[in-house]
Structure formats: structure tokens, C-alpha cells
Design a protein around this ligand. Structure first.
Ligand SMILES: NC(=O)c1ccc[n+]([C@@H]2O[C@H](COP(=O)([O-])OP(=O)(O)OC[C@H]3O[C@@H](n4cnc5c(N)ncnc54)[C@H](O)[C@@H]3O)[C@@H](O)[C@H]2O)c1
Length: 445
């Protein structure tokens, strides 16, 4: 395995790319940031000053960078969802390996195009399915792969999106309107969960998907009588509404700061007055929650039929009191269940013998002990963010691929299941088949 630090260029120096790049701050012997491509001059300057490279390694776009040939080992691509194809393909053609944000493509056609490009160029493309790296899911996957609970019969997953997360991302924010962001909510938010399902079920293949969902809560009809259009400007419910921009953002200025205060990026230390002025202006985050241009679902259910005969279900519910991801996997010998946020899971094994702990099964509780470490470099996504960046470096340096390593080939099944589920939802839940020939036999090499 190559022992040199991987050199990387950041493409799309936004919130996500900078999280992965921060591995270079902690472990300069593993990762070195040597350039940036971003149309935003403030972001280019910020990255250049932080990592200390020269102006000639700053580019205005991925496309401009691609005209220069290969200047580093890898790209950290943190552009927005619908830009992944147009930014990734020219850079893969130059010969770069790539850490690429999810969702890697907006539809099946684009997904196949990118997969074919990665195959043709023998590129190592890793998709940022950070949840696979959360010790909670990783440990469960190890148990499933070892066959601890026998053959899997059924997998159930639930994702609750908290009221403030729903509001910032999917009602007021960047992923609220599918015409603008080109993504559905299942694709933007829950492609992680569908990926986890396909990963846990990697011994078989999904063959049919059915789905229901829609907008329920965040619609104009639900606005209280006399509600305004901009919370802090003209709404009598500004101090009482659960979704008031004053209560969600001004009273919690650090929460989701990279989204809500994004437009104040040019000011060094924004004051409360700056923030109030923003929320009273045309900021999308100042709008009445019931009067936005959101068209994505606020709840969706997906049912999957696997080739082995196993079944799976996933329920996403937006607007819950707190965020929560739960998984329950039932096998022929036992079952595993737990909640990501607790970083703890339970294994129940069938035991018909009279000395079984409670007369029918044995119980083991596995505490991964990372509660309280859910944010920050290693903690984001249940401890997944930092671990994924480490594994990418290992992958590029030629180390053995980890169990979690999400090469683009491994990520395809989850993305396809999402596209088909949304197709089913748009057609009233009619089951949609996943075609066998959609699966690429690509390896992790
Ligand atoms: N893995 C996860 O859990 C997770 C979580 C949140 C978001 N995401 C995904 O991460 C991606 C980025 O989200 P974000 O919030 O960091 O975005 P962002 O808007 O903060 O950053 C995107 C950056 O790309 C730049 N850009 C635009 N066009 C470009 C081009 N042609 N070449 C180079 N740069 C260009 C923009 O100027 C911007 O700085 C999205 O796809 C999002 O869905 C993933």
C-alpha cells in the first residue's frame, strides 16, 4: 500500500466538502488539500488560505479544472445533487479518483452513465454514504455478514426527521422544491437509508418496490387564520408558532447555521441585527412554513420485495419532535434491533431450551458507547463523517477495501431502489420492478 499522503482538490467548497477535507487538518500525513474549484471567490479564498496553496491551484469550476489535466490524486466533490454528473464526468476522464456526495445521480439514466464512466476509467469513486461508517450500522452489518442471526427474512427501517431539520432542508430550504433541486426527498434525504437496506441485504437483490407518500403538513391550508407570509415581518404567531423563523433560527443561531446564515457569509461576525434583517428580507428561511414553494413529500413509506423472498420496509416521517433512525432485522435464528441515536442495539437469539434466559430466547445488548459524540469531526452522522474520509484515503492508497466501502458500484442498488420507489409513489403505489441487468458486477478494486 502506498504510504504517501493522498493529494486532493476540493470541488464545491461548501458545507459537506469541508467536513471531509478536515481530515487533512487532523492527519496531514494522510491527506493534503492542494487546490480548489468553486465559482464562489470567497470560498476559493477561504480554502486557499486555510490549506496554503498558490493562486494557480484555484479554479472557477470543475469544468475549468478538468481542462488542466490531472493535478492531484483525488477530488473531493461536494457540489449540489444535480451537478454531480456534469462535474464528475470530466474529472474522471482526467484520471482522478473521487469522493462524491450522495445522491450521485438524479435518475437511472444518469446513474448508469456515471457508473459506466467510472468503469471505463478504472476510477475509484466512493459515494458519501456516511451512515455505513457509523459504528452502530457497521457493527450490525458485521453480525449480519457473519450470519449471526441466520438468513435475513425481513428488514424494517424508520427515519424520523425532526421538525427543525424538516423545516430547514425540505420545506424552506435547498431540497424543498424538486423543480429547483432536481431531487425528491427520498433521494436527497433517505437514499442513505435505502443504501443501508441494500447493504444489509447484499446477499440478495431487490426485485420489486412499492411506495406511498405526499405532502400532509406543510401546505397552505394548514396555515393558522391570519398568518403572515414572513414570520418576523407580518405574522401575529411569530412568538407561538412551532415553526416560527424567530423561534427556530434566531433563538438557536448555531443550529443549521451553514444553511440559514449562508447569505451572511460575506460578513465576518454577523450580529443579531444582521440576522433579524435577513429573516425579514427575502431569505427563504424567513417564510411562513405553510406558504413556501415546497413540493417534496413530508412522509413516505417504501416496501421492497427481495429475490430471496425476504421483504423490507422503510418509513420516513418529517416533522417529528426529534431525529431518530431505527432498524430491526429478523433472521432465521434471531433478530437485531436498535436506534442509531442511542448507539446501542439488542440481539435476541431463538433458544427453545429450558435454560434460555427468559424461557424462549437469549438477549445480548451491545453498547457502542459513542453517545455524546454525534457531532463534530468524527461524530457527524453517528460517527460516520470522519471515518468515511479515512476510508477513502485508505481506498485511494490501495489499502484493502473496508466492509463499509461504498464504491459507486455498491451504491447503485440503493439509488435504483429510490428511483423506482419514487416512480411507484407517483403512480399511486403500483409496484415497480428492478431489472436484474441494472446491476453491475463491479468490484471494489
Ligand atoms: N452525506 C451526507 O450525509 C450529506 C449531508 C448533507 C448534504 N449532502 C450532499 O452534499 C452535497 C453538497 O451539499 P452542501 O450543502 O455542502 O452544498 P453547498 O451549496 O454548501 O456547496 C456546493 C458548492 O458547490 C459550488 N459549485 C457550484 N457549481 C460548481 C461547479 N461547476 N464546479 C465547482 N463547484 C461548484 C458552489 O459554489 C458551492 O460552494 C449535496 O449533494 C447534498 O445533497 C450530503
Amino acid at each position: 500500500m502506498n504510504q504517501k499522503a493522498v493529494t486532493a482538490i476540493i470541488v464545491g467548497a461548501g458545507h459537506r466538502a469541508m467536513i471531509y477535507a478536515s481530515l487533512a487538518d487532523r492527519n496531514p500525513e494522510l491527506l493534503k488539500i492542494v487546490g480548489v474549484a468553486d465559482p464562489n471567490p470567497l470560498r476559493r479564498r477561504m480554502v486557499r488560505e486555510k490549506y496554503g496553496f498558490s493562486e494557480d491551484m484555484c479554479f472557477e469550476s470543475a469544468q475549468e479544472l478538468a481542462t488542466k489535466g490531472k493535478l492531484a490524486d483525488a477530488i473531493i466533490n461536494g457540489t449540489m445533487d444535480h451537478q454531480h454528473i456534469e462535474t464528475a464526468i470530466p474529472l474522471l476522464e482526467c484520471g482522478y479518483d473521487m469522493l462524491l456526495e450522495k445522491p450521485f445521480a438524479m435518475n437511472e439514466k444518469e446513474a448508469m452513465e456515471l457508473v459506466a464512466c467510472a468503469e471505463k476509467n478504472h476510477s475509484k469513486v466512493m459515494i458519501c454514504h456516511v451512515l455505513r461508517y457509523a459504528p452502530f450500522y457497521y457493527s450490525i452489518k458485521e453480525r449480519i455478514a457473519r450470519g449471526d442471526i441466520g438468513e435475513v427474512i425481513n428488514i424494517q427501517q424508520v427515519e424520523h426527521v425532526s421538525y427543525h431539520h424538516m423545516s430547514i432542508g425540505y420545506v424552506r430550504g435547498k431540497w424543498a422544491n424538486s423543480q429547483k433541486c432536481h431531487s425528491t426527498m427520498l433521494l436527497a434525504k433517505s437514499c442513505h437509508d435505502m443504501d443501508i437496506m441494500m447493504w444489509m441485504m447484499s446477499d440478495t437483490k431487490p426485485v420489486q418496490v412499492s411506495s406511498f407518500g405526499g405532502r400532509y403538513q406543510f401546505v397552505p391550508e394548514n396555515a393558522p387564520e391570519g398568518a403572515g407570509t414572513v414570520c418576523m415581518k407580518d405574522c401575529p404567531y411569530v412568538d407561538t408558532c412551532l415553526y416560527s423563523s424567530k423561534r427556530l433560527y434566531l433563538d438557536h443561531p448555531k443550529r443549521w447555521a451553514f444553511y440559514v446564515w449562508d447569505a451572511l457569509e460575506h460578513i465576518d461576525n454577523p450580529t443579531d441585527e444582521d440576522r433579524i434583517a435577513l429573516l425579514k428580507s427575502d431569505s427563504p428561511y424567513g417564510r411562513c412554513i405553510y406558504k413556501c414553494d415546497n413540493d417534496v413529500v413530508d412522509r413516505q413509506s417504501v416496501v421492497v420485495n427481495f429475490a430471496s423472498g425476504a421483504t423490507g420496509s422503510f418509513n420516513m416521517i418529517g416533522g417529528a419532535a426529534s431525529s431518530m433512525r431505527r432498524i430491526h432485522i429478523i433472521g432465521t435464528k434471531g433478530e437485531i434491533f436498535g436506534e442509531l441515536e442511542e448507539s446501542k442495539y439488542t440481539v435476541r437469539m431463538i433458544n427453545p431450551s429450558p435454560d434460555a434466559k427468559n424461557g424462549e430466547h437469549d438477549v445480548e445488548v451491545v453498547d457502542l458507547n459513542i453517545t455524546g459524540d454525534m457531532t463534530g469531526a468524527f461524530g457527524g452522522h453517528g460517527g460516520g463523517d470522519g471515518r468515511l474520509a479515512l476510508d477513502f484515503v485508505n481506498y485511494v492508497r490501495g489499502g484493502e477495501a473496508s466492509l463499509a466501502c461504498t464504491s459507486i458500484f455498491d451504491s447503485l442498488a440503493g439509488h435504483l431502489a429510490v428511483y423506482k420507489a419514487d416512480q411507484s409513489r407517483e403512480n399511486g403505489g403500483v409496484p415497480v420492478s428492478l431489472f436484474d441487468d441494472c446491476f453491475v458486477s463491479g468490484s471494489k478494486e
